[in-house]
Design a protein around this ligand. Structure first.
Ligand SMILES: *Cc1c(COP(=O)(O)O)cnc(C)c1O
Length: 454
């Protein structure tokens, strides 16, 4: 019997990350400081270590992965590339569907791929503590794990509603030794100010980021870490696509389509950019490759956003970045794919979309759960709600192949498992899950406040 799992040996973990900054079709627009001039590295030094700032601004094509980081990666990498033969059969499609499974990491998603190097570089720079924010807890649990591996103290500001409603990810973070506080908290000036006027504030990602950044900026031994959006995070995730390329080489195939969910864009860039690098290098196999970023209709940054300068966070602490955005104070509906509720998209993802080199589609919530359940019932793995977005589009493309008779090779990023999201499935099964329309008025309102720099 032919194996459906394509595996690599531990010594085949890539030695370098791929940085798409070296292969962009047009030069990227620089991030801007509050005065509208290009942000300087020193401005980032209060919250990031030198190696991360260097990576953030680097245009080197390959950047070496430190040996210690690769050794930790061996706990769950290389991740398997799996051919979804049972899903193919259920769909009756001639397409070959493959997924790269990132749910096998200790935290259950792709996020530790960046959390581990971020903890490593902070430790190497003599930093003792890390702060971050988390919504549903995917990033918080990843940085708690990574901090523990390097003896760093980790403090996590968790959006208060999630802190109360999602105790299990909080307990994961605590198991890995992190301190977790509901945000807004009494610890920071930002938190105290909000609590003074709104003692029952449910919190938001924007508030939690502000608390984490405030603390990191105010202490020399403490830095801040971010789980997506920034160039260095997207680059760290390129390990996903680089491994997938080696795995396809082993079976003599190459994908026609690469599909991933898109929140901040790190898992999409992570799996797609190494293949787009082949395309940029003139590799014939990649000539017709299509890369598709999938977002929720309730938070459609790429498909409905504006390409302009905006802040990466809700409070305006980050430099202004040129990206597709719905406006930094746009608050998306409470869909269960919490990791996709982000107002913008990574700069390089945005630039490539602008240049027509990648595609984006927005899908409604119910259709993603339908796809996720079909996947669970054929392939066994229960996907995270974010991952269900990619599965939806992979299935739709496979059904198109059924009509046209084309045996395309489809690759999607199965970014995480859904074991901590079972209440979302419960709501789906009981008919309580809703679709949200595109919130045109709210986006319009939020975008109207932007536009100082185009
Ligand atoms: C955070 C998350 C995402 C979305 O984030 P990106 O940076 O866009 O990849 C997708 N899937 C899972 C499981 C996540 O935890």
């Amino acid at each position: 019997m032919e194996s459906t799992r394509i595996l690599l040996e531990a010594n085949e973990i890539p030695s370098h990350w791929y940085n798409i900054a070296a292969d962009l079709p047009v030069p990227p627009s620089p991030p801007l400081g509050p005065d509208g001039t290009p942000a300087r590295p020193e401005q980032l030094a209060a919250i990031f270590p030198p190696a991360i700032i260097e990576q953030e601004m680097s245009s080197a094509r390959w950047i070496e992965i430190p040996q210690q980081v690769r050794e930790i990666f061996r706990l769950w990498r290389p991740s398997p590339l799996v051919r979804a033969v049972r899903l193919e059969a259920a769909l009756g499609t001639p397409a070959k569907i493959f997924f790269k499974y990132e749910g096998g990491s200790p935290a259950g998603s792709h996020k530790p791929n960046s959390a581990v190097p971020q903890a490593y570089y902070n430790h190497a720079a003599g930093i003792k503590r890390l702060t971050t924010e988390t919504g549903a807890g995917q990033w918080g649990s990843s940085i708690a794990l990574a901090g523990q591996m390097f003896g760093l103290d980790v403090r996590i500001y968790m959006v208060k509603v999630s802190y109360e409603q999602k105790p299990y990810r909080r307990l994961m973070m605590q198991t890995w030794g992190a301190e977790v506080f509901p945000s807004p908290s009494e610890i920071t000036a930002t938190g105290r100010k909000i609590l003074a006027t709104e003692p029952d504030s449910p919190g938001s990602l924007g508030i939690a980021i502000s608390e984490a950044v405030e603390e990191a900026a105010g202490r020399a031994d403490t830095n801040y870490s971010l789980g997506s959006v920034l160039n260095h995070v997207v680059m760290h995730q390129s390990i996903i696509g680089l491994e997938a390329k080696k795995q396809f080489d082993k079976i003599g195939l190459y994908p026609d389509l690469v599909i991933a969910p898109c929140g901040g864009g790190s898992s999409f860039g992570g799996i797609a950019f190494p293949f787009l690098g082949d395309k940029a290098a003139g590799d014939k196999r990649a000539e017709k490759l299509r890369a598709i970023a999938v977002e929720p209709t309730s938070c459609p940054s790429l498909t409905k956003g504006r390409y302009t300068y905006d802040f990466g966070d809700a409070s305006g602490f980050t430099p202004l970045m040129k990206m597709y955005t719905l406006g930094h104070d746009f608050v998306p509906a409470g869909i269960h794919a919490g990791g996709l509720r982000y107002h913008g998209a990574a700069q390089h993802v945005s630039l490539l979309y602008r240049e027509g080199l990648i595609e984006a589609v927005a899908v409604p919530q119910l259709a993603t759960f339908e796809a996720g359940v079909q996947f669970a019932r054929t392939e066994g793995i229960i996907p995270a709600p974010e991952s269900c977005h990619a599965i939806r589009v992979a299935i739709d493309e496979a059904l198109r192949c059924k009509e046209s008779g084309e045996p395309k090779v489809i690759l999607f990023n199965l970014t995480g498992h859904g074991h901590f999201d079972m209440t979302a499935f419960e709501r789906y099964f009981s008919g309580k899950l809703e679709d949200y329309d595109y919130p045109a008025a709210a986006v319009e309102q939020s975008l109207a406040k932007l536009g100082r720099y185009e």
